[in-house]
Ligand binder design. Structure first.
Ligand SMILES: NC(=O)c1ccc[n+]([C@@H]2O[C@H](COP(=O)([O-])OP(=O)(O)OC[C@H]3O[C@@H](n4cnc5c(N)ncnc54)[C@H](OP(=O)(O)O)[C@@H]3O)[C@@H](O)[C@H]2O)c1
Length: 353
C-alpha cells in the first residue's frame, strides 16, 4: 500500500511547490477504498482529500501516507485531527515531517489517542522524491539545481557569447522537462543581455508555460525590451538589485518585483542573503540557468545541490567562455545520480557532495 502512495506522489512531483508531493491510501480488509495526492500548489493535503473521498468507510480503516500528517491547522483542522475524527485505526507513515510545526507532533498525538502508528516504511523513497523539501527546510534556502550545456572542452559559449546550439534538440527537450519540474528559474542580467532567452517551458510545439523567474541584476542592466519581460502578466519576475532609480520604477510599473540588496565589500550582491530571501518568498526549489561566472560563484558559496550537465561532442576552443572559472568538472566533488545519452550528447545528473 505504501508503494501505491509513493507512486501517486511521484506523478504529482513538481506541481505542489513549495509543499512536497504526498501520496495517501486508505484501505480496509486489504482493499483500497480511497487514494489521493497533494493538490496543485499544496492545499488541500492528500490525507484531507482521501478522507473526504472515503466518507464513512474510514471507520476502522488503515491509512498509508508518505509524509507525517500536518499538526498545524488548515480550514478543516489539521490532518492529524481529521484522521482522529475519521475513525481510522491504523496509520503507516513513511517519514516524519521536518517542518518544526509538525515534526513528530502528529505522530505523538495520534499515538496518545490510541491509533496504531508505524513510522519508516520505505522512508528513503519519501526523502528522495521530495529532496527539495527536506533540504530547503534544513538550510532555510531553496534547493538549487544548475542546468548547463557544455562543449567537450567544458565551454558554455563561444568567444562572441553565442551559446544557442551547443546541444541537440533531444537534450534541449530534456532541459524543458527539468524546467517544468522546478518552482522557479534563476538567471543573471548578463545571460539575459547576451542570450535574450524566454526561459519558458516548451514541452511541445503548441504549449508554452511560465514559471517564476528570478534575475540577479546588481546594476539593473536588463533591457526593458528583453524577451523575458514579454507576457509579464502570465508570470512572476523577481529582480535582486542594488539600484533604486527611474529604471527600477519602470520595471515595477511593468509588473516586476524589485528586491533591494546592499553590496558587500567586494562590490557584489551577497548571494547567501539573496538565497535566504528567496526562501522567505516561499520559493523552495530553483533551477539556475546562467553562465560560468555565476556558477563558479555559487559553487564557492556552496549553494549548489545538484547539476544537470549536458555535454556535446563539439569543441569550442581556448577562447570560449568556461563553464567553471579556473576549474574543470573533474575537480568538483560530485556523486553521479543518473546518466543518459541524447543522440551524440551525454547527460550527467549529479549531486554536489
Ligand atoms: N551553455 C549554457 O548552459 C548556458 C546557460 C546560460 C547562459 N549561457 C551563456 O553564458 C554566457 C554568459 O556567461 P558568463 O559566465 O559570462 O556570465 P553569467 O555567469 O551569466 O553572469 C555573470 C554575471 O553575474 C553577476 N554576478 C555573478 N556573481 C554575482 C554576485 N555574487 N553578485 C551579483 N552579481 C553577480 C555579475 O554581473 P554584474 O556585471 O551585473 O555584476 C557577473 O558579471 C552567455 O553567452 C550566455 O548565453 C550558457
Amino acid at each position: 500500500m505504501i508503494n501505491i502512495a509513493h507512486d501517486i506522489a511521484k506523478k504529482k512531483y513538481g506541481q505542489t511547490f513549495p509543499n512536497p508531493s504526498v501520496g495517501c491510501v486508505i484501505s480496509k480488509n486489504s482493499k483500497v477504498i480511497s487514494k489521493a495526492v497533494t493538490s496543485q500548489s499544496g492545499r488541500p493535503h492528500a490525507e484531507e482529500i482521501a478522507i473526504a473521498k472515503a466518507g464513512s468507510k474510514t471507520k476502522g480503516a488503515s491509512m498509508y501516507v508518505t509524509l507525517e500528517p500536518c499538526f498545524h491547522t488548515s480550514k478543516n483542522g489539521s490532518c492529524a485531527d481529521q484522521i482522529l475524527r475519521s475513525g481510522i485505526k491504523k496509520i503507516f507513515i513513511s517519514a516524519p515531517d521536518p517542518d518544526q510545526r509538525t515534526f513528530k507532533k502528529s505522530i505523538n498525538k495520534l499515538r496518545k489517542n490510541n491509533i496504531y502508528v508505524n513510522v519508516g516504511l520505505e522512508k528513503d523513497k519519501t526523502y528522495y522524491l521530495n529532496k527539495f523539501f527536506f533540504k530547503s527546510i534544513l538550510k532555510k534556502k531553496p534547493f538549487t539545481k544548475v542546468k548547463l550545456a557544455i562543449s567537450s572542452d567544458e565551454k558554455i559559449a563561444w568567444q562572441n557569447y553565442k551559446s544557442k546550439w551547443i546541444t541537440n534538440k533531444f537534450s534541449r527537450h530534456h532541459g524543458h522537462k527539468i524546467r517544468s519540474a522546478s518552482q522557479a528559474i534563476l538567471t543573471t542580467s548578463k545571460t539575459i543581455i547576451k542570450d535574450n532567452p524566454k526561459l519558458t517551458v516548451r514541452l511541445n510545439k503548441i504549449n508554452e508555460s511560465h514559471i517564476p523567474i528570478i534575475i540577479i541584476d546588481k546594476d539593473l542592466k536588463i533591457p526593458l525590451k528583453a524577451k523575458i519581460l514579454k507576457d509579464i502578466s502570465k508570470k512572476r519576475i523577481i529582480i535582486f538589485t542594488s539600484k533604486k532609480n527611474k529604471k527600477s520604477e519602470n520595471l515595477i510599473k511593468l509588473g516586476c518585483e524589485i528586491i533591494l540588496c546592499k553590496l558587500n565589500k567586494y562590490n557584489k550582491l551577497n548571494l547567501n542573503s539573496i538565497f535566504k530571501k528567496i526562501y522567505k518568498l516561499n520559493i523552495a526549489d530553483i533551477l539556475v540557468e546562467a553562465g560560468g561566472i555565476f556558477f563558479t560563484d555559487l559553487l564557492k558559496h556552496r549553494l549548489v545541490d545538484e547539476i544537470h550537465l549536458f555535454k556535446s561532442p563539439i569543441l569550442i576552443g581556448e577562447k570560449g567562455k568556461p563553464a567553471i572559472v579556473g576549474k574543470k568538472f573533474e575537480n568538483l566533488k560530485l556523486f553521479l545520480i543518473d546518466r543518459k545519452k541524447f543522440k551524440n550528447d551525454n547527460y550527467y545528473y549529479y549531486e554536489v557532495v
